[in-house]
Design a protein around this ligand. Structure first.
Ligand code: NAD
Length: 366
């Protein structure tokens, strides 16, 4: 059977869904691998490396493909030559793509969405949301350190003492904890806040101080946060204002699945920060945690620079691609039996990931 690796076409997308190092694993499992020319070049993974690994590099890998791998959903040009009944594996935000879902149903494509891998222990090695959030959290911390124009660590020198930067991180899921860990490694004094009860201990385990507010915690289904009421949001903002005013760098990562990102920081709060402070909003594409944020831009709010993240994992395409490709490989191995791609739709992970199959739409709202 043939697995094709697409050259991702979405603007700004530099990642690739399969890396040369893992091509051998697909071949050992019984697959022929074809790679669209230039697929990995955004991540500095060039065609000859895929050829050395045993893949066929071609401009048109789709005509006979059984399974097509990409990071973003395939565009119409790639879908057109695919044989009916082919499978695609990529991120697939189906609620935003009703026309695409209809086309895939008509053509009887099987569509697996990487963001729907359930968060159960057995699926951890396939969890692309986590692997990409890890990259985003690291990158957010590095951008903060770069933009701040101050030392992160304490330095005691003959010329005097340079105080460490004060960093506040809001939202301590995968991205937030990685941002905390990275800022700590750079020597900043870090405080973190999250609405989930378990988060305080996780924040402390990264060497940061957990901000504890006199508010009830907000646990939702599956270990995720619940949405805040507007009253609680207002109270949370009031209680966080003094922490934010004292921060040199603020990194926000808060999200609630299926909802707009919660608004945690108003312009008024930012205006209380010292001149030269920086705010990094990793939730900018989901509506933003910070008032006035623009995804993909830096805007000036009074004396502060506000950086809005846009496809942040793609800003480190090499490591992000390697992690994503490993997640995808593990998904393919789950769905491989006797050298054939044969997904078991009774499997909890397979069924959760499946958006369309055999002319049916299998996820609500699709
Ligand atoms: P996420 O991206 O959905 O959200 C980021 C963080 O924002 C979360 O920690 C959330 O609690 C927080 N948040 C939401 N509203 C907030 C608010 N108003 N104020 C402050 N913070 C707010 O989260 P995630 O990184 O996907 O992680 C969510 C949970 O899933 C965590 O408990 C994490 O440990 C867990 N997880 C489990 C697995 C697994 O079991 N395989 C894998 C990854 C993550």
């Amino acid at each position: 059977m043939r697995i094709a690796v697409a050259r991702d076409q979405a603007p700004g997308e530099a990642r690739v869904a399969m890396v040369p190092d893992l091509v051998g694993k697909l071949r050992a499992a019984g697959y022929q691998v074809t790679v669209q020319a230039g697929a990995g070049s955004g991540a500095l993974l060039f065609d000859p490396a895929y050829e050395v690994a045993g893949a066929l590099v071609t401009e048109h890998p789709f005509d006979e493909a059984d399974v097509v791998l990409s990071v973003q959903p395939l565009d119409a040009n790639c879908l057109a030559p695919l044989p009916s009944g082919a499978t695609t594996i990529s991120f697939f935000p189906y609620a935003e793509r009703p026309t695409d879902v209809a086309l895939r149903r008509e053509r009887k494509f099987t569509t697996f969405g990487m963001e729907y891998v359930p968060r159960i222990s057995r699926a951890q090695s396939m969890d692309a949301l986590s692997s990409q959030a890890l990259v985003a959290g690291y990158r957010g911390a590095i951008v903060a350190a770069d933009m701040l124009g101050q030392f992160f660590p304490l330095s005691m020198t003959a010329a005097g003492t340079v105080p460490p930067a004060q960093v506040v991180v809001l939202g301590a899921g995968v991205a937030g904890l990685q941002a905390i860990a990275t800022c700590r490694r750079l020597g900043a004094v870090v405080k973190g806040y999250d609405v989930r009860a378990a988060a305080a201990e996780e924040i402390r385990s990264m060497g940061a101080q957990a901000i504890e507010l006199p508010l009830p915690t907000l646990e939702g289904a599956g270990g995720y946060a619940r949405e805040m009421t507007e009253d609680r949001a207002q109270r949370q903002r009031e209680l966080l204002a003094s922490y934010i005013a004292a921060a040199d760098a603020l990194i926000t990562t808060a999200a609630v699945p299926g909802r707009r990102a919660p608004l945690l920081v108003t312009t008024e709060m930012i205006m209380q920060m010292a001149p030269g402070s920086v705010v990094i909003d990793l939730a900018a594409e989901a509506g933003g945690n910070v008032e006035g944020v623009v995804a993909g831009s830096v805007v000036r709010v009074g004396p502060v620079q506000l950086w809005g993240g846009a496809n942040v994992p793609s800003q480190m395409p090499g490591p992000a691609s390697r992690l994503y490709a490993q997640n995808v490989l593990n998904v393919i191995m789950l769905m491989t039996r006797d050298g054939r791609f044969a997904p078991d739709f009774d499997d909890e992970i397979t069924s959760a990931m499946c958006v369309t199959h055999a002319g049916n739409v299998l996820r609500d709202g699709g």
